[in-house]
Structure formats: structure tokens, C-alpha cells
Design a protein around this ligand. Structure first.
Ligand code: PA5
Length: 447
């Protein structure tokens, strides 16, 4: 049974529940379109079946790759960008020790990321670290032609071949890409790298439950079975009824679209647990790239409270009233820590001495929600019992499905991303890529 719950009571000052319920027929239609693959982008619905579709053989293969790599690598570099990076990072950061880089005896390689930027300093610093460490790498690109990971991989591959020799480097490189197309597939086949396939019908930002996310997550030592179990539970819950009042996915999709229609065009995903920072980044990509089209879409933003209450809090409380918040609320921490009593009480904290830190965090969450509602910011609460693999699996499937339904409500295709090609064309033209000669002439005049 899914544990995730959606609570919309703190939106009710801003809308009439009937406006949410009015989405019932439409949402039922969109669930059917997803199930029957009759809606926009229906070639990219493979993610819907991943929770139960990932085979035991694939999981066993990933686990055996992890076993062989961890024997010889203390660092595992994950090269990828966007959907080929954010899902893995979201789960690894959420489940990992906050200071895992400093932790001894991790038992698994330290996972580092590359190819998610084009920073010379970042890559040079990474190579400095790799000089000193034994490492392996996974290069992840569905298209196999994305510039950022291709640059990083070129550098790291050269580094690796110099360090270990070509033969050993081949055993330390794992490629995750299309089953037959793209430059990375050709290279992997030519070099004989171990490969995993990104299914044709799963787009990058929906791919965390494929080897794109599963290999790095397993390499960091986390439980794939629990993650997939959580996703399966959410899938079952979402399939059990279309009723907006009982189906958490439908309720979230209907509520955020009702708020959008009332001019709340910015959704801020709020966490009170720093380990969820990259989960928010994953969510931002999922919603931004899926919904921001044809001059429409809720702008997805993210904050980490209480940290950002001391930076963004003022704006949220008091700035332009076009915002709503969606809080990922965690009921229980994984560890226990009480606030100690202090004899002198100079900081006047003795009134909370003996309380767990999480209780204070929860009161901050409740107090902030009420303050923001009073300030004109509706609040959707999504609660999970704890930050663990199962809850993350639930959250992942929940947000993916709600994103698809929301995209259909908006009338756009939530599975393509035509807009991201624009910057690439300009960058290629400016760099003088063969085939872009005309664009180069025009764009250089604009510099
Ligand atoms: O969600 C998406 O499709 C994108 O964010 C891609 O994942 C990203 O651009 C990386 O693409 P690729 O995996 O082809 O290198």
C-alpha cells in the first residue's frame, strides 16, 4: 500500500473544492489516454510500466556489475546531463550520508558526477582527483550525441587510457545508451564496453527507473528493490481509482491546475530536509521540460527550508502573489537527536531542551505554511513517512504520472522538449560546427 498522502486543505482559502472536482471527467479521460496510449507523445510511455517491468535479470546484472566495479574502483564517475543525471543524483543524495565524501568504509565507490556542465575548472579539478584515485565510469546518453557529456567523456576516457592502458580502461567503462543508434552506441560496440540500454519509449527525464538511474544508485550502495517496490505501490494506488478525492495523483494534478488557472503560475517545491535538494532539481526538470511549452505551463521553482527562509522567505511571504507551494513533508527522521539542556541558557533555548530536532523542524514547517497561506500563498502538502528508498520510489512515480496528467490538462505533449534545441543550435553555430555555416554567419553578427 502506498504511504504517500496529498493534503490540499491549505489551498481552500484560494479556490472552491468544486473547481478541483470539476476536473474529474477530464482526468479520467487523461488516465485512459495514458493507459491506451492514445494521447500526445504516446511513443514515450514506457516509464509507466517500469516499476513492474524491470526484470529480475536486469537487477541481478546491475548488482553483479556493482560487485565487480567496487573491487577495483573507489570512485565511480557518472557522466550525463538532464534526465541522464538528475534522477540518479536525486536518489543518491537523498539516501546518502550528508557527509559521505568524508565517510570512511563506505563499502561502495564514492559516486561523482561529470558532463552536467561545460566548466573547465570543474573538469580539471575532477581529473586532479582521478589522478589520485582508482576509478570507473558510466557514460550515460540516450541520444549518444549530447555535447556536455561527450566533452567530459572524451577527457575522462583519455585520462583513463593513460592511467590504466586501453585494455583495462575498456573494463572500467560502462555505457548506457540507445540499443542501436548514436555515437556512444557505435563507440561502445567498437571498444567492447559493458552496456545497458535506455528503452526507446522512455524519455530522459522519465528514465530514473531504467539503468540510467538504477546503475549509479546501486553503485552508491542503495536498494533498488525497495525503490522499485515504492514505485509499484504508487502505480497500484493510482490505478485503483480515478476518483480525484481518493487518487493522490489526480488530486495533485487537479489542484495545481486549478491554482494555475487562478494566476498562481509559479509552483515552488519545498523541502525541509537538505538531502532532498537534488530531488527538487529532478522535479524541476521533470515539470519544466514537460510543461513549459506553447506559451503555457507552471514555472517550477525549488527551495530548501529552513535554509531558504533566510533568503527567499521574504519574497514568498510578501512578493508578487503568483506563487503556490508544494511541500514534501517528511514525518519521521532516520536518526534521533535531542536538543541538550544548558545550565546557563544564554541562547534561551531551554524551552525546547529535550525535544528532537525534527519536532522543531516540523513546527517550523507548520508555522511557515500558515504564515505563507496568510500571505496569499496556497500550499499543497505531500507527505511521506521517512526519506528512504521505498518513499522515493513512490514520490518518483507519483510526480511522473501527475506530470503526464497535468501536461494533458494543459493540452501539450509532456514527453518532448523542442525548446532545448535552440541553445544547442546557437552554440554549434558559434563554435563553427560543420553543417552550421549559415547560422554561424548570422549569429556572429549579433555578438
Ligand atoms: O529529459 C530529457 O530528455 C533531457 O533532459 C535529456 O535527458 C538530456 O538532454 C540528455 O540527453 P541524452 O541522454 O540524450 O544525452
Amino acid at each position: 500500500m502506498a504511504n504517500l498522502k496529498v493534503d490540499i486543505k491549505n489551498t481552500l482559502d484560494f479556490l472552491n473544492e468544486n473547481e478541483i472536482n470539476a476536473y474529474q471527467d477530464e482526468i479520467k479521460k487523461h488516465f485512459e489516454a495514458l493507459k491506451n496510449k492514445t494521447g500526445k507523445g504516446s511513443d514515450f510511455l514506457g516509464w509507466m510500466d517500469l516499476p513492474e517491468g524491470i526484470s529480475a535479470e536486469l537487477i541481478a546484472d546491475i548488482k553483479s556489475t556493482v560487485e565487480s566495479i567496487k573491487e577495483k574502483a573507489e570512485v565511480f564517475v557518472v557522466i550525463g546531463i538532464g534526465g541522464s543525471y538528475l534522477g540518479a543524483r536525486a536518489v543518491i543524495e537523498a539516501l546518502g550520508h550528508h557527509f559521505y565524501e568524508l565517510k570512511k568504509n563506505r563499502g561502495f565507490p564514492l559516486v561523482l558526477f561529470a558532463g552536467q556542465n561545460i566548466s573547465e575548472d570543474y573538469l580539471a579539478n575532477l581529473l586532479e582527483i582521478l589522478d589520485e584515485k582508482d576509478y570507473a565510469v558510466s557514460v550515460i546518453s540516450k541520444s549518444g550525441t549530447t555535447t556536455e557529456p561527450a566533452i567530459a567523456f572524451r577527457l575522462i576516457r583519455e585520462h583513463m587510457e593513460n592511467k590504466y592502458g586501453v585494455e583495462e580502461a575498456r573494463k572500467r567503462i560502462i555505457a548506457i545508451t540507445d540499443k542501436e543508434k548514436g555515437a556512444l552506441r557505435t563507440l561502445a560496440d567498437n571498444e567492447g564496453y559493458k552496456t545497458y540500454v535506455v528503452p526507446d519509449d522512455v524519455g530522459g527525464r522519465y528514465s530514473v527507473l531504467t539503468p540510467v538511474g538504477l546503475l549509479p544508485i546501486a553503485m552508491a550502495g542503495f536498494d533498488l528493490d525497495e525503490l522499485l517496490k515504492g514505485a509499484r505501490e504508487m502505480k497500484t494506488a493510482a490505478e485503483s481509482t480515478d476518483d480525484i478525492r481518493k487518487n493522490p495523483v489526480a488530486l495533485y494534478a487537479a489542484t495545481r491546475n486549478t491554482l494555475y488557472n487562478k494566476g498562481k503560475i509559479i509552483e515552488i517545491l519545498v523541502n525541509y530536509q537538505p538531502e532532498l535538494f537534488y530531488f527538487t532539481e529532478w522535479w524541476k526538470q521533470l515539470y519544466g521540460e514537460s510543461e513549459g511549452k506553447e506559451g503555457k505551463g507552471i514555472f517550477p521553482a525549488g527551495v530548501s527550508f529552513t535554509t531558504d527562509l533566510h533568503s527567499m522567505g521574504q519574497y514568498i511571504q510578501d512578493g508578487l502573489r503568483k506563487i503556490f507551494e508544494t511541500v514534501v513533508s517528511v514525518e519521521k527522521p532516520n536518526k534521533k537527536l535531542e536538543i541538550p539542556k544548558d545550565k546557563e541558557n544564554l541562547d534561551k533555548l531551554n524551552y525546547i531542551a529535550g525535544k528532537n530536532i525534527h519536532e522543531v523542524n516540523l513546527m517550523a514547517e507548520k508555522g511557515t505554511t500558515i504564515a505563507h497561506v496568510d500571505g496569499g500563498v496556497p500550499n499543497i502538502k505531500i507527505s511521506i513517512p521517512q526519506v528512504n528508498a521505498e518513499s522515493l520510489g513512490e514520490l518518483i512515480y507519483f510526480f511522473e504520472l501527475a506530470c503526464a496528467v497535468s501536461g494533458y490538462i494543459l493540452g501539450i505533449n509532456p514527453f518532448d522538449q523542442p525548446g532545448v534545441e535552440e541553445y544547442k543550435r546557437n552554440m554549434f553555430a558559434l563554435l563553427g560546427k560543420p553543417g552550421f555555416e549559415e547560422e554561424t554567419k548570422h549569429i556572429r553578427k549579433r555578438l
